[in-house]
Design a protein around this ligand. Structure first.
Ligand SMILES: O=C(O)CCC(=O)C(=O)O
Ligand SMILES: [Fe+2]
Length: 345
C-alpha cells in the first residue's frame, strides 16, 4: 500500500480526446505548481503533476514553477553578470551586435527589437546565447543550420561566460524535467519528446528593462510588445520589480506578479502547433512603470531544428480540425526571429 490510493491512473477508455477539452477560460490568476517531485518515477505522482500542468496549459498557458531546483547563487550569478554587461559603454556592447551573427546570438540594443509588429520597438536591451554542441557532448561543432553554432562573448571576461552558462545549463536541465511532464499532460508516453530534443533549440536571454514613464505605458513603445513566444515553452526568471502581463480570453491584462523562488513557465507557438491550439500560447507583454530597473532571463525551449511540428492526433477532431500547415521547428522559429529583428536593420 502506498499513500496514493486516492489517485487513479487513466484507464484506456479515458484516453483523452484533447480536442474537446479546449476552453476559453477567463482566468484571473496564474497557478503555482510545485515541481519538487518533477523527477519522481512513481507513475501516480507523475500523473498528478501532469494533470496540474495540463489544466494550466489548457486554460491559461502560464504557470509558476516552484522548487525548480536552480539555486539562488546560480540565478544571482547570471543576473549580476548581465547587470555588469549592460552597464558597459554602448560601443562595447554593440561590438557584439546580434545582427552581425548568423545565429541570433549577442547584444540587442534598446528599440532594436520589435516584438509586436504594430509597435515602435521594445524598451529593453538584451544579451542572447544558445545551445552549442560542446555544452552537452563531444559532438563536433557541426552547424547543420544557422540556428546552431557558437555563441559570442565579451572578450577577456571569463567570469561573465561562466556565470551565464551556469544558469543556462541549470535551466536547460529543468526544461528536460518538464518535457516528459508535458508529454504526460497530453496523454503521450513520457519520452515522446526525448528524440525530438537531442540538440535542443534553447535560446537564453538576459533582458534589461529601463523604467518607463507611466503615462507612456499604453504607447507603442513598451518593455516588450504583446506577443506569443515561438518555441514549445519558456522558462522565465524575473526579478522583484514586476511588469509582466498576460492577456485572458476577455482581453484583460493580468499581472504575473513576481513570486520569489519561482520561474514563470509559459507555452509557445511550437506547442500550439503540436497540439492544434489545445495548449495555449498566451499573449503577454512587459511594461516597467515601477521606476526601477527591471531584469529578467527567459529561456525558450524548442525541439530540434529538423523536427516537424505535426499535430498530435488526439488534438484533432471534427470540431477542432487541423489549423496549421506542418513546418519544421527550426524554420518556424527562424522566420519569427527574422521578423522580430527586421525593424532595426
Ligand atoms: O521579461 C519578461 O517578463 C517577458 C519576456 C518575454 O516575454 C520574452 O522574452 O519573450
Ligand atoms: Fe515572451
Amino acid at each position: 500500500m502506498d499513500n496514493h490510493d486516492h489517485l487513479q491512473l487513466p484507464s484506456p477508455s479515458d484516453t483523452f480526446l484533447f480536442a474537446d477539452r479546449r476552453t476559453q477560460s477567463t482566468f484571473e490568476q496564474i497557478p503555482v505548481i510545485d515541481l519538487s517531485n518533477g523527477t519522481s518515477s512513481d507513475p501516480l505522482v507523475r500523473r498528478a503533476l501532469a494533470d496540474q500542468i495540463r489544466d494550466a496549459c489548457i486554460n491559461i498557458g502560464f504557470f509558476y514553477a516552484k522548487n525548480h531546483g536552480i539555486s539562488d547563487d546560480i540565478i544571482n550569478g547570471a543576473v549580476n553578470a548581465g547587470k555588469q554587461f549592460f552597464s558597459l559603454p554602448e560601443n562595447k556592447k554593440t561590438e557584439l551586435d546580434i545582427r552581425k551573427t548568423p545565429n541570433f546570438r549577442g547584444y540587442t540594443a534598446l528599440l532594436q527589437e520589435n516584438t509586436d509588429p504594430t509597435g515602435n520597438g521594445d524598451l529593453h536591451e538584451g544579451f542572447d546565447i544558445g545551445w552549442e554542441p560542446d555544452f552537452f557532448d563531444n559532438q563536433s561543432l557541426e552547424a547543420p543550420t544557422s540556428m546552431y553554432g557558437a555563441n559570442i562573448w565579451p572578450g577577456e571576461w571569463p567570469e561573465f561566460k561562466m556565470a551565464v552558462l551556469a544558469y543556462y545549463h541549470a535551466a536547460v536541465k529543468f526544461g528536460k524535467v518538464l518535457f516528459p511532464l508535458f508529454a504526460l499532460a497530453l496523454g503521450l508516453p513520457d519520452d515522446f519528446f526525448a528524440d525530438k530534443t537531442t540538440k535542443p533549440a534553447a535560446i537564453m536571454r538576459i533582458l534589461h528593462y529601463p523604467p518607463q514613464n507611466p503615462t507612456s505605458a499604453n504607447s507603442k513603445q513598451i518593455g516588450i510588445g504583446a506577443h506569443t513566444d515561438y518555441e514549445c515553452f519558456t522558462l522565465l526568471w524575473q526579478d522583484k520589480v514586476g511588469g509582466l502581463q498576460i492577456q485572458n480570453a476577455d482581453g484583460k491584462w493580468i499581472d504575473a506578479v513576481p513570486i520569489p523562488g519561482t520561474l514563470v513557465v509559459n507555452l509557445g507557438d511550437q506547442f500550439s502547433r503540436w497540439t492544434n491550439d489545445v495548449f495555449k500560447s498566451t499573449l503577454h507583454r512587459a511594461i516597467n512603470v515601477s521606476g526601477a530597473e527591471r531584469y529578467s532571463m527567459p529561456l525558450f525551449f524548442g525541439t530540434d531544428y529538423n523536427v516537424k511540428l505535426e499535430p498530435i492526433p488526439t488534438c484533432i477532431s471534427p470540431d477542432n480540425p487541423q489549423k496549421y500547415e506542418v513546418v519544421t521547428a527550426g524554420e518556424y522559429v527562424k522566420s519569427r526571429l527574422e521578423a522580430t529583428y527586421a525593424k532595426g536593420e
